[in-house]
Design a protein around this ligand. Structure first.
Ligand SMILES: *Cc1c(COP(=O)(O)O)cnc(C)c1O
Length: 406
């Protein structure tokens, strides 16, 4: 992975640990999506990286927001986005969450009782709320056949309840949202899923007997983490989506088509940099201690933990906490030509902050800087930075013009 070594070293003079997000890379990913897909709008999944400058960058590039909480609806609203650009989809929304989001976003109901709750709230507010329904479909990325899930409403229940929902006076159902998986690298698998969503949308539209204003295909587009991962062929996926839109688009003359993405936009646009704060030899083993590992960027430590509980070579991913073996590259910024076998840990008062075990690395000394890649999405947000009151990492955004924004 490429990153600006000089910029990292310069910032490391000031900070022991920090994230560096690169606007140029974010816009490259955005442009790859925009040029490959036509007739589709994108929603940025803010939970992947809510840094204010990242949010502003994606919004300035025309993306809407996939909000996972009322707080994210508020952030998108404060960034200047209108209701037609903010889609609030999350399980377990409280009445307060719905009340404060209903005029700022399109709320997507996640359960049968939530549809009723939204109806009651809208009635009390004296409004007619246009909402979406998140459907737990009778298919997955693996093919036909649904699974039990805490997300959305089972397709069967949707069709059962739709006649009743249509009689509600204060809500109007105008769209559907189906998201069933993240981090898929096979474009054909994603394309097959898109096609199934179109099929479901047709059946839903027929049962609704009204026009759909949006069909939200959710996410799925993955990014390469481990060296053997191949990137999703975005061009081919875009071509297939265009063909599907030609086939099905006429069924939905008033609909907008949304694809959500978090990690594709910013996952590879960020690195984490930290410093060697100590080094010691214990009973023949060499330990290198970095500032803020588990508490600054948790995922490499989680990966070590997952791997120590299994003999499987490739335990399945569990996004967004665990993706797979070797998902992060560790790059010490040293000119040393010597190597040594080291165990690399953090500086917490717990032993669970190990990021590399008995690994042959370039020789590192106190003060050296270590870069960890793939740190732009589900990184800072997931990390328990309050733990032990260590000085948390900074988050720094470098603009295309080369300015640094904190
Ligand atoms: C988290 C999430 C996403 C984003 O997934 P990525 O893999 O980051 O693209 C999209 N949609 C929903 C509903 C999500 O919960």
């Amino acid at each position: 992975m490429s990153f600006d070594r000089e910029a990292v070293l310069k910032l490391a003079e000031k900070y022991d640990s920090f994230y560096l997000y690169d606007e140029r890379k974010i816009t490259e990913s955005i442009n790859a999506l925009k040029t490959s897909f036509s007739g589709v709008e994108f929603l940025y999944s803010l939970k992947s990286n809510p840094h204010h400058a990242v949010l502003k960058c994606v919004a300035d590039n025309g993306f809407g927001i996939d909000a996972a909480s009322a707080g994210e609806v508020q952030s998108a609203f404060e960034c200047g986005l209108g209701k037609d650009k903010i889609y609030y989809s999350a399980p377990g929304k409280t009445e307060a969450n719905i009340r404060c989001s209903i005029d700022k976003s399109v709320v997507i109901a996640d359960s049968v009782s939530e549809v009723e709750r939204i109806e009651e709230i809208a009635e009390k507010l004296g409004i007619t709320a246009e909402i979406g329904i998140r459907i737990n479909p009778d298919f997955t990325f693996a093919g036909e056949g649904g699974v039990p899930a805490k997300f959305g409403i089972d397709e069967e229940q949707v069709f059962e309840n739709l006649p009743r929902w249509k009689s509600f006076g204060s809500i109007r159902i105008c769209g559907i949202h189906i998201h069933s998986k993240s981090q898929e690298l096979n474009w054909e698998t994603i394309a097959a899923y898109y096609e199934r969503v179109f099929g479901l949308a047709v059946r839903f539209r027929d049962a609704l007997g009204g026009k759909l204003k949006f069909i939200n295909f959710g996410s799925g587009i993955g990014i390469p983490y481990a060296p053997e991962d191949n990137p999703v062929c975005i061009e081919k996926l875009g071509v297939k989506m265009t063909a599907l839109l030609e086939e099905y688009g006429k069924e939905f003359p008033e609909a907008r088509f949304f694809v959500e993405t978090g990690r594709f936009v910013c996952g590879k646009a960020g690195v984490y940099a930290t410093r060697v704060v100590d080094k010691k030899i214990s009973r023949g083993k060499t330990f290198v201690l970095l500032a803020n590992t588990l508490n600054g960027f948790i995922r490499p430590s989680v990966a070590q933990m997952v791997l120590c509980y299994t003999d499987e070579d490739k335990p399945a991913g569990n996004e967004p906490l665990y993706t797979g073996r070797d998902a992060f590259e560790f790059i010490p910024l040293t000119d040393s030509e010597e190597t040594e076998t080291v165990t690399v840990t953090g500086n917490l008062c717990t032993a669970t902050d190990v990021v590399l075990k008995d690994t042959l690395m370039p020789k590192m000394d106190c003060g050296d800087v270590m870069v960890i890649t793939n740190a732009g999405a589900y990184a800072a947000v997931l990390s328990p930075m309050k733990f032990a009151q260590l000085n948390p990492p900074k988050e720094i955004f470098r603009t295309v013009k080369g300015e640094y924004v904190e």
